[in-house]
Ligand binder design. Structure first.
Ligand SMILES: N[C@@H](CCC(=O)N[C@@H](CS)C(=O)NCC(=O)O)C(=O)O
Length: 227
């Protein structure tokens, strides 16, 4: 018998689920996975199934944790490498993760996560989304410059809570392909190749076609990049 369960939505689309599932996988918690396919329109398939009516949601040995960032913090109690060892780096990693959790709404709206499309390149580039991307690139460059010397991730060798929070952003940047610096492109490649991220992509590719939703498969083309 497992120690609990992690409730997630459709992997292809659910960026917050990815942020909750990755730390559980990295910390090696023994929980059963429950996938609730997200629904079309305004209907919620999740309401009533978790305390907040949202995914991800973790139950583990009697602890009940909703909110992806709280799940990362919970998992970091079992795997302390989920935050950098040095206090200054840990402070920045937490600030970066919190900034992601609270913001970048324009990017999230213009470029919804879709792990299965290779024909969205150039779409979604609203001025506000590009401004979010500029801030994200500045933050990534600062972390890489100051703390990233011993590995490919934001704080070096270990894939931390900050990388977890940005993994679905990386997924969006790979799908929508806005212009990025070399540093950002290298970082995106490293995150995509990270074993647990790759496992998430592979499981997403196995999801039934019936789970695909029009609202995420049709992206507004009026914000396509001009040549
Ligand atoms: N702040 C929450 C956001 C969770 C969230 O918005 N999850 C979305 C899926 S990505 C959801 O459950 N939506 C309900 C639905 O689509 O029915 C967190 O960090 O976990």
């Amino acid at each position: 018998m497992s120690d609990g369960r992690i409730v997630i939505g459709t992997r292809r689309y659910s960026s917050w689920s990815m942020r909750g599932w990755l730390p559980v996988a990295l910390a090696g918690l023994d929980v059963t996975e429950v996938v609730i396919p997200l629904a079309e329109g305004e209907t919620s398939a999740v309401r009533g199934q978790t305390p907040s009516g949202l995914v991800p949601y973790l139950e583990h040995n009697g602890a009940r944790i909703w909110e992806s960032l709280a799940i990362i913090e919970y998992c970091a109690e079992f795997d302390q490498t989920l935050w950098p060892k040095k206090r200054r780096a840990r402070a920045m990693a937490r600030a970066a993760a919190a900034e992601m959790h609270a913001g970048f709404r324009a990017l999230r709206q213009a470029m919804p996560m879709n792990l299965g499309r290779d024909d969205f390149a150039g779409l979604g580039q609203t001025p506000a989304a590009l401004a979010d991307i500029a801030r994200i690139e500045a933050l990534w460059a600062e972390a890489r410059e100051e703390f990233g010397e011993d590995g490919p991730y934001l704080f070096g060798e270990r894939f931390t809570g900050a990388d977890i929070m940005f993994a679905p952003v990386v997924a969006r940047l790979l799908t929508y392909a806005p212009p990025l610096s070399e540093t950002s492109q290298d970082y995106c490649r490293a995150v995509r190749a990270q074993p647990q991220v790759d496992a998430w992509y592979r499981a997403a590719a196995e999801e039934p076609q019936a789970w695909q939703l029009e609202k995420y498969e049709s992206v507004r083309t009026d914000h396509a990049a001009t040549a």
